[in-house]
Design a protein around this ligand. Structure first.
Ligand code: NOJ
Length: 758
């Protein structure tokens, strides 16, 4: 069929009426019109159905459904022989429409990279690009066409377990990550042999759930949405993301899945998104619980009218769409529109010309999971760049490689935890634990002793929660005192103690909100006992969210945030502990002192009564029992060396057409080579609406040898000064702007310029 079409359209190209691109889009239109004209309503509804094997839907049932043309896409299968079989059956369906295959490729595929909060901690665009490219390469080699990623929800409430999947609290940093993931996964075009289509998620505001409680409602002014929370989605769509996954939560009273304003007025009409809108797992059914649909059929009507194209794991689209069309509750045009978008995506993926383009039936399971398919070197490099040094008293780190070392803690030798959540295609047996990494690095592995030290928690309910679907987190049922005594014993015989504490990976996942962000009591007891030995104590944190760590911060001689670092995590931690890599990570989320401060984020508005440094008394914006500031601010992270910075502006004023160049002089004033992330923040001092005290507007990395000097430049352009004004227009207003340069968001290193009224 494709060949015939080409013959028909080719003369138009040579006659000069159509460019090659137009020819392709014309050919696509003709092809899809033709296909749609042959499809029954049932088949059209089938194309909108995205299902996975599981529960009642056995592989055989799925294959039968595929063959009758009732499935558009499959997700969650990553075993090649099954994928090939499914595609073979799709090609026997009435109109031979190929399937696409999707999966959550969140932070790597076979090679697991750090969780996204870790990747964000690198503040390094090349790191993000590397992760996205390798992920796409590995996923497409496994037969996948699309991923439900990147997750670019702004997250300012660490009680929410899914902060681990995103890139933190800041619109600019998250937008950069989102843009890079989309560009590098999808490549220039989906015709590229290794391109993986992206479905950015979760549109919108999932990260703003009230109280950090999973699946809860969100309520936010339009100004805050457009100014902050919607910014990363817009950036990802501008970068060309071919799909969007819709959030499970309600946005200003209307569930996102039923929200016409969000899905049609904003996404389609204002942002001109013409890709596929996918509902999240079971979201159509959930509209009944949300109270905006009376039954399943009504839920389908509401969802499709709001702007959903494909339904994930819902039977209802297939069950009720044909009926709804027959009754006239939705028009066939509406159904065609959704179906067309799915077919267009498949067309652009090249599936109509080569349905097996990513499939390799020769790929057996053993090869699929083998070590030699991994990108270990890259994983190690990304992982060490994602580590954040939070404290280093008396420069206790880096450690000499000939010390006697006690490696202690429930996370020190856990292969499962270091991979983090959403690592479904990764294999725990291929992961390197911190204990292994340290033994690989020291002069004599016998100088390293290990003890479990404590269970992750004393709470049996937590274990039940973590092990609901199989034993993920091991519980040592010896008496707690005995486990600690063993650890203390080896600590006493060592020169330094390295304690690995934090969360099990399952505590920082979907459906894992918490109200208490401190370390579990069992781990606190362990740390206290280790501290009492008087040995230098290095606390290495493994966790998927900011925790409250005031006590541990006081106890530690040195402290590292390592998140869940992935396949090569253990080696990467050792690289930093022993100085093969000088830590350069910076926090992408503020760490609160206590849960009561939440939300705590750097880019807040000023109040009429800000708590100044001198005026700490009554009647200011403050708590009487806590500071306002977080324990660790956004952008914070130490190095084994020190840097000095000063900066100048190319001009004290600019107009609409102008720009200001910020030149930053950076000097490494320590004695080790290291990398600094220079951060640019702006503040619009006076405007028609209150503007944040600071907003990140740029960052650049510079690596300098001891005592070396270098320069970093930023260019401030008119567009960077725009915001949503009092009339909800996106404009820049003349007046004074503060420019801050520094190594974290608390910097007071400031200069001012004026935007002229011309
Ligand atoms: C539900 C999650 O919310 C979403 O992020 C994920 O992509 C789907 N499940 C599919 O696994």
């Amino acid at each position: 069929m494709m060949k015939k079409l080409a013959l028909f359209l080719l003369p138009l190209l040579f006659s000069g009426y159509l460019s090659a691109q137009e020819l392709n889009s014309e050919a696509k239109k003709v092809f899809i019109d033709n296909l749609l004209s042959k499809m029954t309503i049932q088949e059209k509804a089938g194309q909108l159905r995205l299902i996975s094997v599981g529960g009642d839907l056995t592989l055989d049932k799925v294959l039968d459904n595929i063959e009758v043309g009732e499935v558009g896409g499959i997700f969650n299968t990553i075993v090649e022989p099954d994928l090939s079989q499914m595609q073979e059956r799709a090609l026997k369906s009435p109109n031979k429409i190929p399937l696409f295959f999707g999966f959550d490729v969140i932070h790597g595929h076979r090679t697991i990279f750090p969780i996204n909060l870790g990747i964000a901690s690198s503040w390094d665009r090349s790191v993000m690009a590397k992760v996205a490219e390798i992920s796409a390469e590995e996923a497409t080699a496994d037969g996948l066409n699309i991923t439900w990623a990147p997750m670019i929800d702004i997250t300012r409430d660490p009680r929410w377990g899914r902060v681990s999947e995103g890139f933190g609290e800041d619109p600019y940093l998250t937008s950069e990550a989102g843009r890079i993931f989309v560009e590098r996964m999808q490549k220039q075009s989906l015709a590229d042999k290794k391109s993986l289509a992206t479905a950015v998620k979760h549109f919108a505001l999932y990260g703003a759930v009230e109280g950090g409680r999973e699946y809860n409602s969100t309520d936010m002014s339009e100004r805050k949405m457009f100014q902050e929370y919607l910014v990363p989605y817009k950036a990802a769509i501008d970068a060309g993301s071919r799909a969007v996954m819709v959030s499970l939560v309600s946005v200003n009273g209307i569930p996102a899945t039923a929200n016409h304003w969000l899905l049609t007025e904003v996404l389609r009409n204002q942002w001109h998104f013409d890709g596929v809108v996918v509902s999240d797992h079971g979201a159509i059914r959930e509209l009944i619980n949300h109270g905006v649909a009376s039954d399943a059929k009504d839920a389908v009507r509401v969802a499709i009218k709001a702007g959903i194209d494909m339904s994930m794991n819902d039977e209802y689209f297939l069950q009720f769409l044909p009926e709804l069309v027959k009754e006239g509750a939705i028009t066939e045009d509406q159904l065609n529109q959704a179906c067309r978008r799915v077919l267009e995506l498949k067309y652009d993926m090249g599936l109509f010309s080569d349905p097996n383009r990513y499939l390799d039936p020769k790929l057996d399971i053993e090869t699929m999971f083998s070590n030699n398919r991994l990108h270990r070197e890259e994983a190690r490099d990304v992982a060490r760049r994602s580590i954040v040094l939070l404290k280093n008293e008396n420069k206790i780190l880096p450690l000499a490689r000939n010390k006697k070392i006690a490696v202690i803690g429930p996370l020190a030798n856990s292969k499962r935890d270091i991979l983090g959540s959403w690592s479904g295609a990764g294999r725990t047996n291929l992961a390197v634990t911190p204990l292994e990494g340290i033994k690989n690095t020291v002069k004599n592995p016998k100088s390293v002793s290990y003890a479990f030290g404590a269970n992750l928690s004393d709470d049996v309910n937590l274990y039940r929660f973590l092990n609901l679907y199989g034993e993920n987190t091991k519980f040592d049922d010896r008496p707690a005192d005995k486990i600690i005594a063993e650890a203390v014993n080896i600590a006493k015989k060592s020169d330094v103690v390295i304690a690995f504490v934090g969360e099990a990976e399952g505590m920082a996942h979907e459906s894992s909100s918490r109200t208490d962000l401190s370390l579990q009591a069992s781990q606190k007891r362990l740390l206290k006992a280790l501290k009492e030995t008087g040995k230098p104590l290095v606390i290495v944190l493994m966790n998927g969210r900011p925790l409250t760590l005031t006590e541990e911060y006081a106890q530690a001689d040195a402290m590292l945030e390592t998140w869940f670092l992935g396949t090569e995590g253990g080696n990467a931690i050792a690289d930093v502990l022993f100085g093969q890599y000088n830590p350069s990570g910076k926090l992408p989320m503020s760490f609160p002192n206590n849960v009561g401060q939440i939300p705590v984020y750097y880019s807040h508005l000023n109040t009429g009564r800000p708590r100044g440094t001198e005026n700490m008394g009554k009647y200011t914006t403050s708590y009487f029992d806590s500071p306002n500031e977080p324990l660790f601010p956004f952008g914070f992270g130490l190095s084994y060396t020190d840097f000095a910075m000063d900066f100048s502006l190319s001009s004290p004023e600019m107009d609409k057409e102008g720009e200001i160049v910020v030149t930053v002089n950076v000097e490494n004033i320590g004695d080790k080579e290291g990398m600094q992330t220079v951060q640019l923040y702006l503040q619009d001092v006076t405007a028609s609406v209150s503007r944040p005290v600071k907003e990140l507007m740029g960052f650049e990395n510079i690596t300098l040898k001891p005592h070396e000097k270098g320069k970093v430049k930023f260019t401030i352009k008119y567009d960077m000064l725009k915001f949503w004004n009092d009339k909800m227009q996106y404009v820049a207003e003349p007046g004074k702007f503060n420019v801050f340069i520094g190594s974290d968001s608390t910097t007071q290193n400031k200069q001012t310029f004026t935007l002229l009224d011309k």
